[in-house]
Design a binder for this molecule. Sequence first.
Ligand code: ASP
Length: 308
Amino acid sequence: MADRFVLAIHGGAGVRPRADMTDEQERTCHAALSRVLAVGENVLSADGAALDAVTAAVAALEDEPLFNAGRGAVFTREGTHEMDAAIMDGRNRAAGAVAGISGVRNPVHLARAVMERTDHVMMIGDGALAIARDAGLAFEDDAYFFTQERWDSLQSTLQMEADGTLDDDPARRHGTVGAVALDRTGNLAAATSTGGMTAKRAGRVGDSPIIGAGTFADDATCAVSATGDGEAFIRLSVAHEIDARIRLAGQRMSEAARAVVTDELTAIGGSGGLICIARDGALAMPFNCDGMYRGFVRDGCAPETEIY
Ligand code: ASP
């Protein structure tokens, strides 16, 4: 096991504008990202698999009410929660995803159960929840998923819609969590989980659970987890586009990721960013908005977290 591991995480591109962020809020976000990095690092430093590291890191992000996934998921316009998640194993392109699910404490665990316990890649509705029960996953009631900040955000969004003053503040609209990892055996994996966009219509599915849009991993190229305007990421097949540029056009991952986020995403009016790790351990975390909660750790090095 000569190679070194790399882990990167994100807590979404929906950051508070710098001017509105207090020092204490900033410290709280950095501390949460550091806790999550430690969870994933513990897996990788014990020679664990990239797949297990991204599962553990995303589950930890889902448990943090600060981020829009799991416990901190945003509300639909009906005041409910509909969560999306996906996971992909770079060893064999095995993948699992769920969309529009409610009540499952850790949607990433359900995505992984779909990958490991069924012949399918993506599941929704009662069928997905049946897999969760079969797998013995934890369920939570509505109170667990209630956060005052998300509720207030829904109310203000609906009010702005009614008044015709809806802005495109990414801090209100965005959020998602994700992780990408390269383990010491050279395997890549990616996982992404989200509550979606505040005040989304019931039944709306974003890019996070769509393999090749918000989530992708292949040991031959890279692992990607995205965050931002889901519709734009779907239209551009963002994660697969980065893979294709590396595989077919011979681009370096950093150049492919920059071109897709800075040029292509911006050109269609999409906002957001992504984290990606290449097969050689290179790391890129481009975004075209104010910031993206993010962090990374390399084998033997101190972890780093950033927001803007
Ligand atoms: N990409 C997510 C979605 O569209 C939301 C986000 O990352 O802000 O559901």
